[in-house]
Design a binder for this molecule. Structure first.
Ligand code: RNT
Ligand code: ZN
Length: 417
């Protein structure tokens, strides 16, 4: 077979540079990517009380075939997972619970509402991650949740987040795989606030109330996600980077770095080794902003490679939880998941294969050689290794996954609506 032939030539080429390809593939197979459930239905959720997406995030496009029920979403995920090499995780939002047609408000969610998800994950050997949903709800309509001036509204969202952690712990326990529960809130202001302090003080208090009850870190880890701006919160975001960095360090929480949450020229890759000096673990939301936090499908670009390098080169794969966070409704959603996830894995592979000689050159102060090798590395035959890995893991090689997606679109997605 061509795949094997190309692979063995590639392996030889890498061996000449001191790179053990088999070893790289072994490590790659241990790195789970947490697929975000919300790519499958444009961040809609299944509460079925007619809510629209709010919170300053937006899915644009109306490609046909979006999942309308948990069963449809799971079927789409089954198809997606069949196209992605390796063992991964699913990241759920609270409003993807199964409420049996009843109105269960956010402050009343329980592990039982996620029983089908847990059973499905168990069948697939997947871990689950979790998120309270502090948007797309009447009590978040004025743009504030955990930092709201109204104590009643604050209490509602605190209760939601407390329950979310408990659901995370239940997932961790049932699956024997630690759940990461990530708190992101949309709180902020469109225009210049007079008081930036009081909302932040309230947010810190609310978080302390949420995290008061200790939960075993074997079952659930708490993460907090900062942001620079959102639609409708352009001038002020309560949970800014500095706010949550300080909070995470002071309270020993995971910090979530979302690739779309900073100035467009600012990269989260450079933040990883900075924050890991002071935090044992972090969570990534790998995304792609185009001019703004637009959450485009992750592609194999320099930004993604830079993130992958930081993880692979430093051996941070146990300390950095990798999640995806994008939502494109303008293309086939199964393809969107597949493209982004395969790219994340491919970027990690390229990074793992990068020649140790680059580091050696840098350590020797030889920056000429460093640059030369960095550039040579760009045309090393990682594609042959990637194809081999896909074949070895029993998923389609190269563009052949697209055939499966097209068939699925014809036989399943096009029948929806
Ligand atoms: C929003 C954050 C957050 C959401 C998801 C749906 O800016 O990135 O992570 O995208 O929780
Ligand atoms: Zn995010």
């Amino acid at each position: 077979m061509n795949v094997e032939k190309s692979f063995s030539l590639a392996q030889e080429r890498y061996a000449g540079l001191g790179v053990d390809v088999e070893h790289a593939l072994k490590i790659l197979a241990t790195i789970p990517i947490s697929l975000h459930c919300w790519q499958g239905d444009d961040v809609g959720g299944f509460e079925n009380f007619g809510g629209t997406l709010t919170g300053g995030i937006m899915a644009t496009g109306n490609y046909p075939g979006k999942a309308r029920t948990p069963d449809e979403l799971r079927a789409d995920l089954d198809q997606t997972l069949a196209l992605i090499p390796g063992q991964h995780r699913l990241n759920l939002h609270a409003f993807y619970g199964e409420f049996g047609g009843k109105k269960v408000d956010r402050d009343a969610i329980e592990p039982k509402h996620f029983a089908n998800w847990i059973a499905w994950a168990k069948r697939h050997g997947l871990g689950l991650d979790f998120n309270p949903t502090c948007f797309s709800h009447p009590k978040s309509a004025d743009g504030f949740t955990l930092s709201h001036a109204d104590q009643g509204i604050r209490k509602f969202w605190i209760e939601h987040c407390i329950r979310s952690r408990e659901i995370g712990a239940a997932m961790g326990k049932a699956l024997g795989k630690t759940c990461v529960t990530n708190v992101w809130i949309p709180d902020g202001m469109k225009d210049t606030p007079a008081d930036r302090n009081a909302p932040r003080a309230r947010l810190a208090d609310s978080l302390d109330a949420i995290f008061k009850k200790p939960i075993s870190p074997k079952l659930n880890l708490d993460a907090v996600e900062p942001k620079l701006f959102g639609i409708g919160s352009e001038s002020f975001v309560v949970g800014s980077h500095e706010f949550y960095l300080g909070y995470a360090v002071a309270r020993k929480k995971l910090l979530t770095l979302d690739a779309g949450h900073y100035h467009p020229t600012e990269s989260i890759a450079d933040k990883i080794s900075s924050v890991l000096q002071f935090l044992p673990e972090i969570l990534l939301h790998v995304s792609r902003g185009v001019r703004w936090d637009s959450d485009h499908v992750v592609i194999l670009n320099d930004d993604l490679l830079a993130i992958a390098r930081e993880i692979a080169v430093n051996g941070f794969e146990k300390r950095v939880h990798i999640g995806l966070d994008y939502f494109d409704a303008s293309i086939n959603r199964v393809a969107a998941w597949t493209i982004g996830t395969r790219n994340m894995i491919r970027a990690l592979l390229i990074a793992l294969l990068e020649t140790p000689l680059i580091r050696t050159a840098e350590a020797a102060g030889d920056f000429t050689t460093r640059l030369a090798l960095q550039e040579e590395a760009k045309t090393l035959p990682f594609g042959a290794v990637w194809d081999f890995y896909c074949e070895q893991q029993g998923v389609p090689v190269g563009e052949h996954w697209l055939t499966a997606v097209n068939d699925y679109e014809k036989s399943v997605l096009s029948k929806r609506n």
